[in-house]
Design a protein. Sequence first.
Length: 121
Amino acid sequence: MRTLCASTLIGEFFVIGFAGLVAMKTDGLSMAVVWTVCGIAMVLSVLLCGMITRPGGVQLGWALQIGLIASGFVVPMMFILGVVFAGLWWASVHFGRKVDEAKAMWAARQAEGASAGPDAA
């Protein structure tokens, strides 16, 4: 799960940065506000890569997805990109857990075969 989720989060890192560049051109928003918000979101996306398997990591990832979708109120294209990344996030978590379960089953079978000894074949 960690690899799939981290890949999604790194992609979001770049999308958030590019959205910040677009948001700078929006009237009524100062550059400081844009880059403070984008900077916090970018740092969060990188930090989540390391803590995705810890308690609350997936939930923080969902919070980031909601923030991405909500950023569409500033940069309308982010509504679409936010939904796309939320779908990728769901797929990363869902299929990542399935991969982890399959790896655990494979490791258990390998350990079972190794404990039986070489004559068990």
